[in-house]
Write a protein that binds this ligand. Structure first.
Ligand code: X8Z
Ligand code: ZN
Length: 612
């Protein structure tokens, strides 16, 4: 889209004003400017910043949407150039915002200034050349991931979702290894680009007064960065015993299936056998490790196929869940403008995402939907983003976000926790609801997806933060990655790797520069939300059998929190739904309590030595 001159001049006017404001700020000490004037200036700065960012963000969204739906040299260049302009503006605003934070402003305005200061993910240095370089690197990394393919010897070249489907379905260790390794080859060329991206963004973070990009990323949680790191350790400490039991059980079962040569009884599990390209969630190997006498006996992927669900019907079904909670249906434009099916004729970024193009009603998803249970859940995840975006659309621009980034990731997942056997029966997918004797199977499937994910959700940014701080040097990128994979997840590379490899780059969020701790938080929060909403819905049964489908009270409460956007510190938003201001993994432990007992029994009966 062509940029209008009006829009451009408004931005340069704003930047002019903000620079003048910095100058005024500096002369305050000789008391020629009253505190009142400064307050008025700060307020004007905030209003103008919101106006400018709101307009500029639409341009950014459009150019990124086009780029990731149509990856070419030209769209890359256009998206880089709009990104460059946006970064230059946000960095300038962040710099100026820092000067006003000591003034006696309203709580709302102080909060806005602090968000303006710290809400950058990839800050560029002030030097325009370096900003341009950073924007182009960032586009290129995205493109490399989106275009990534692995070609088999017979000439077939497969894209990410197609390769992921093999990782989810095959039980042939040789094929799994080939695909696992093949996909990681796409990341090798990313290494020098990533290295430079880190250098530039670190410089940008330092220009803004942060020690490095790690400190900036950890500054976005309404607490001190180190306090946030400690919070994560605390939450992980709560969940780790459950994870250890699950790991022990799964390793034991895979050892029986594949034998000692492929999976040893001790030590980390080889990463290619867990049903997922990144060994991040293990639900796809449920059938390989299912309990003999407690299997619920249905598979949602098969149910979808039997009932003729195509990609659109899957999305409509997810929409109807939200409608049942009282949310307005999605607008016609959602259906007209979203991408649901992978195009055959061009490269796109297939990794699922949800967009609010105009920060109002133009909400969309972009996803290469596979007709599987896994993607049925991911669709709910994406719609959770869209309903959140629509709920906070009337907030001022700076508050148009979730309470913290974990909240944004948790909403759709919370709803998907309600895809219970009862719900599947209600919507006509399942004939018979399995009785309580099948609960262990249901819980095991859920744990393979959710509990297995948690250490992965944590380790990615543990790696990145150390990279940003310099504790991990470029010469150690890959080795440190696998050390953390082993430490947190107890998984290992199935083959030896070296520093020519760049395995972190094979995970979308690294080239895409999307912070990842949000998903760890979401995996804790969604269980807190689910439990609280089930209480509101008056459900008296076990929480893993509770579905809030059709419950308007639960929907209204959820919506109250979503509408707040980022206007309050996240503990306030959490309290609206849960009554508590603390993130707490006890909701996870309560949900899985029967499974924890069962896993311990299984592991001790089989005389397994847990740990790695
Ligand atoms: O990236 C996503 C979403 C888009 S925000 C599909 N997720 C993480 C991932 O795929 O790695 C959802 C769960 C974790
Ligand atoms: Zn998401």
């Amino acid at each position: 889209m062509k940029l209008s001159t009006a829009r451009l001049s408004k931005i340069s006017l704003l930047v002019g004003l903000t620079l003048a404001a910095t100058a005024c700020q500096k002369v305050q000490s000789d008391e020629t400017v009253s505190a009142q004037t400064s307050v008025a200036e700060a307020e004007q700065f905030i209003t103008q910043s919101e106006q400018a960012l709101s307009e500029l963000s639409i341009e950014v969204n459009r150019s990124e949407w086009i780029y990731s739906n149509f990856i070419t040299e030209d769209t890359a260049a256009l998206s880089a150039s709009v990104g460059e302009k946006y970064t230059a503006t946000t960095v300038k605003l962040a710099t100026v915002a820092a000067n006003y934070t000591q003034l006696p402003l309203s709580a709302d305005n102080l909060r806005k200034l602090n968000i303006l200061r710290s809400a950058l993910v990839l800050p560029a240095p002030l030097d325009p050349k370096k900003n341009a370089e950073l924007a182009s690197i960032s586009s290129e990394l995205n493109g490399l991931y989106g275009k990534g393919k692995y070609c088999f010897d017979d000439g077939r070249c497969l894209t990410q979702p197609e390769l992921s489907a093999i990782m989810g379905e095959s039980q042939d260790p040789a094929l799994l290894l080939e695909v696992w390794k093949g996909w990681r080859d796409i990341a090798k060329p990313m290494r020098p680009l990533f290295k430079r991206e880190v250098e530039l963004a670190n410089e940008g973070a330092r220009d803004l007064g942060y020690a490095d990009l790690s400190e900036l990323w950890r500054s976005q949680y309404d607490m001190e960065p180190d306090e946030f790191s400690n919070e994560l350790d605390r939450l992980w400490g709560q969940v780790k015993p459950l994870y250890d039991s699950l790991h022990c059980y799964v390793r034991g079962e895979l050892n029986e299936k594949y034998g000692d040569d492929v999976v040893s009884k001790q030590g980390p599990i080889p990463a290619h056998l867990l049903g997922n390209m990144w060994a991040q969630s293990w639900g796809n190997i449920y059938n390989q490790v299912a309990p003999e006498d407690a299997d619920p006996g249905y598979d949602v992927t098969e149910l979808l196929a039997q009932h003729g669900y195509d990609e659109i019907k899957m999305v409509k079904q997810a929409e109807s869940f939200f409608s049942s909670l009282g949310f307005e249906p999605l607008p016609d434009t959602f259906w007209e403008r979203s991408l649901f099916v992978q195009p055959k004729d061009r490269d796109v970024v297939c990794h699922a995402s949800a967009w609010a193009l105009d920060d109002k009603d133009d909400i969309r998803i972009k996803m290469c939907i596979q007709k599987t249970a896994e993607d049925f859940t991911v669709i709910h995840h994406e719609l959770g983003h869209n309903y959140y975006q629509r709920a906070y659309k009337n907030q001022p621009f700076i508050f148009k976000n979730s309470a913290n980034d974990g909240f944004h990731e948790a909403i759709g997942d919370t709803v998907a926790l309600s895809i219970t056997p009862n719900y599947l029966k209600q919507i006509g997918l399942l004939d018979e609801v399995p009785d309580a004797s099948k609960d262990i199977g249901l819980l095991l499937k859920q744990a393979l997806d959710k509990v297995a994910f948690m250490p992965f959700g944590l380790m990615i940014d543990q790696w990145r933060w150390k990279v940003f701080s310099g504790e991990i040097t470029p010469e150690q990128y890959n080795q440190a990655w696998w050390e953390l994979r082993e430490k947190y997840q107890g998984v290992k590379s199935p083959i030896s790797r070296d520093e020519k490899d760049f395995d972190p780059g094979a995970k979308y969020h690294v080239p895409g520069n999307v912070p990842y701790t949000r998903y760890f938080l979401a995996h804790i929060l969604q269980f807190q939300f689910h439990k609280a909403l089930c209480d509101i819905a008056g459900d008296k049964g076990p929480v893993h059998r509770c579905s809030i489908y059709g419950n308007k009270d639960a929907g209204t409460k959820l919506n109250t929190m979503l509408e707040m956007g980022q206007s309050q510190p996240w503990p306030e938003a959490l309290a609206v739904v849960t009554g508590s201001k603390e993130m707490d993994a006890n909701a996870v432990l309560d949900y899985f309590a029967p499974l924890q007992t069962w896993l311990n029994e299984q592991n001790s009966q089989a005389n397994r030595q847990c740990g790695w």
